[in-house]
Design a protein around this ligand. Structure first.
Ligand SMILES: C[C@@H](O)[C@H](NC(=O)OP(=O)(O)OC[C@H]1O[C@@H](n2cnc3c(N)ncnc32)[C@H](O)[C@@H]1O)C(=O)O
Ligand SMILES: Nc1ncnc2c1ncn2[C@@H]1O[C@H](COP(=O)(O)OP(=O)(O)OP(=O)(O)O)[C@@H](O)[C@H]1O
Ligand SMILES: [Fe+2]
Length: 585
């Protein structure tokens, strides 16, 4: 199969030809499910794919990307890169004797700058008509992560996308890519580029920051991770201020890399831990950064996961990834009529109905029985009646930042775990603490993580508990389905009358579950409705990553929250605001 791809969401006027035999993989799997025989040896290697990419980059004279100039660039360059790619496809077809040079045309449908996208879509429609082949509308963000999955051969990895206008962690489940965590403000590259504009360096800033960071000493900047979400705006203001106050620019660049990439690595590790996945792929232009790749590689190695970063030509915006995903979509019958091929400049990756992956595939690998849990931050050893949680050093992080995060979070976890209990929220008792070693001994609670016991009752209890701690003036910071333990409630003695065993069958309220909040390491004191709403947002995202009916469960949590909270209206107003934030400007 040979597919023509066209990309032009912002800066890269790009066209590509992707030719593959590997799509027989999914066909081989389907055949195997029919007759039960599946020979992996029969599969072609993705590195045997033939990929030709022709790109003309838009380079602003000064400042950042100007939408009008970018569109002018697309208008001038797209026809020419497309003709070059078509000529290449025709040569390939002549060489191997195929009648048609291409089987389909794939184009970036969004997200991106509207005027640029329209030029790309018009070009794609024209080529589809000229060769009388189907049109495939590709989500650019999903292409950024599928290219890594395809090249790595991984089954169902967690995907970190670090591009210019975006930054998010995703995993596939139940027919869609689920956003497990994302930036609450700008994209990773845009944040860096804003800083370099302030310093007076030419766009794009990423490679310059990388060069300068090599000679710099780490300069501390604010580190903001909330569950698997994160924010860059505070870091950027602090970085600009630092250069204005004569901190050497090389040191600020080093601080930026250590902080931003430390955060992206941490949230990736959280996503691996939440889902139980043991594969990570990287996508996006910022992914070309060597320090980021090293951090992710080191983190994965330490937890026994596999990591893959595709080559740079597939990381930055390129039509190769569009053609590659286009091929998968085409093979799955996912084509567009010209009349339905409108662009979507806010096209989110979780809106895409994924037809090229099987329903049985999932990033979520649950149900393993473990006595030692490799959490995102800590190793947790589970004993008969206690658990030992040790935040071991993370060698991917700068040692100063690592030391600070481990001690602060250990102290905070102990303080807030106890404080929540004082407000009537079930939490494990703290039996021992060693802040120097970042080690806590807790009472063992519950019989399963919430993700293995997802009912409206248990998720509702989480909503109620969150409302209580929020009214008490603090947040949990990471209320995912792994940070809640569920167990049968042990009835008080008077309810036990007539029952020989404390855990035997009983009636009424005594059969209720007890729902414990654990892992308060990211919690902090705050009365801001927006911070409280973030807890609910983190819960909603983790339900989307682990539950089959996330909406119903989340609404159970919201109902219980409303019933318990003294300021629910403000919190839900902020939540609507957080969820409605467009992040593709
Ligand atoms: C919607 C689409 O147009 C957009 N594409 C995009 O932003 O281009 P991309 O090629 O994925 O990423 C460009 C960004 O990647 C950064 N970048 C490039 N090389 C870098 C490096 N070595 N270190 C850090 N950042 C780097 C640039 O500074 C720039 O901000 C997106 O995918 O979000
Ligand atoms: N007190 C406890 N009782 C029973 N199980 C526990 C307890 N504390 C932790 N666990 C188990 O260990 C797992 C990891 O614990 P915890 O979330 O505290 O570590 P972590 O490294 O912070 O993980 P993450 O950051 O991925 O949430 C939990 O999901 C739970 O299964
Ligand atoms: Fe991109």
């Amino acid at each position: 199969m040979r597919i023509l791809g066209i990309e032009g969401t912002a800066w890269a006027a790009s066209a590509a030809v992707f030719e593959t035999d590997t799509l027989s993989v999914s066909k081989a799997r389907q055949d195997a499910s029919a007759d039960g025989v599946f020979e992996t040896d029969d599969l072609a290697d993705p590195s045997d794919d033939h990929v030709f990419i022709e790109t003309d980059a838009y380079q602003p004279d000064s400042g950042g990307i100007h939408p009008r100039e970018a569109a002018e660039h697309m208008g001038e360059q797209i026809p020419q890169v497309v003709e070059t790619a078509i000529a290449h496809a025709e040569e390939r077809a002549a060489a191997d004797g195929t009648a048609a040079p291409i089987d389909a045309v794939a184009f970036s449908r969004g997200p991106g700058l509207g005027p640029c996208l329209r030029i790309v879509a018009t070009a794609a429609r024209a080529v589809a008509q000229r060769f009388d082949v189907p049109l495939v509308g590709v989500n650019h963000m999903v292409a950024h992560l599928e290219v890594g999955r395809h090249r790595s051969g991984f089954d169902s990895p967690v995907c970190l996308n670090a591009s210019g206008a975006n930054a998010h962690v995703l995993g596939y489940r139940n027919g869609r890519y689920r956003v497990l965590g994302e930036t609450m403000d700008t994209g990773a590259g845009n944040a860096i580029d804003k800083f370099t504009r302030h310093v007076g360096w030419q766009h794009p800033g990423g490679p310059k920051v990388e060069r300068h960071a090599r000679d710099g000493e780490y300069h501390p900047l604010p580190y903001v991770v909330k569950g698997m979400d994160f924010s860059f705006s505070g870091i950027m203001s602090a970085a600009k201020q630092a250069v204005d106050e004569d901190v050497p620019v090389d040191d600020v660049c080093r601080g930026l890399e250590e902080t931003i990439f430390g955060m992206l690595t941490e949230v990736s590790e959280r996503a691996l831990s939440l889902t139980g996945a043991d594969e990570l792929v990287l996508g996006g232009g910022v992914g070309q950064n060597e320090r980021l790749q090293r951090m992710l590689g080191e983190m994965c190695e330490q937890r026994g996961a596999d990591f893959h970063a595709p080559e740079n030509r597939f990381l930055r915006d390129n039509a190769g990834m569009i053609a590659m995903l286009g091929a998968k979509m085409y093979a799955a019958g996912d084509t567009l009529a010209i009349a339905d091929s409108a662009i979507d400049s806010n096209f989110r990756p979780d809106e895409v109905e994924v037809r090229w992956r099987g329903p049985a595939e999932s990033v979520d690998r649950r149900g393993r029985v473990e006595t030692e849990v490799q959490g995102a931050e800590a190793t947790v050893t589970i004993e008969a009646d206690r658990v030992v949680k040790a935040r071991s050093p993370r060698s991917y992080r700068h040692p100063t930042l690592d030391e600070r995060l481990r001690t602060e979070r250990t102290r905070q976890e102990v303080r807030l775990t106890s404080e929540a209990r004082r407000h009537g929220v079930p939490t494990p008792l703290v039996r021992d603490v060693d802040p120097e070693e970042a080690r806590i001994v807790f009472q063992r609670v519950g019989s399963a993580d919430l993700r293995e016991s997802l009912t409206a009752e248990s998720v509702g209890a989480v909503g109620e508990h969150l409302a209580r701690i929020h009214d008490a003036g603090f947040v949990h910071g990471d209320p995912t389905t792994r940070n809640v333990r569920v167990g049968r409630r042990v009835a008080p003695p008077d309810e036990r009358a007539g029952s020989a065993r404390a855990d035997g069958p009983r009636t009424g309220a005594s059969r209720e579950q007890r729902v414990f909040l654990i892992d308060f390491g990211l919690g902090y004191y705050t009365g801001e409705p927006e911070d409280h709403a973030m807890d609910l947002h983190v819960l909603a995202q983790s339900l989307a990553g682990t539950a089959d009916d996330p909406e119903a469960l989340f609404s159970a949590a919201c109902d219980a929250y409303r019933a318990e909270s003294g300021h629910a209206d403000d919190v839900f107003a902020s939540l609507a605001d957080i969820e409605g934030r467009g992040r593709y400007q």
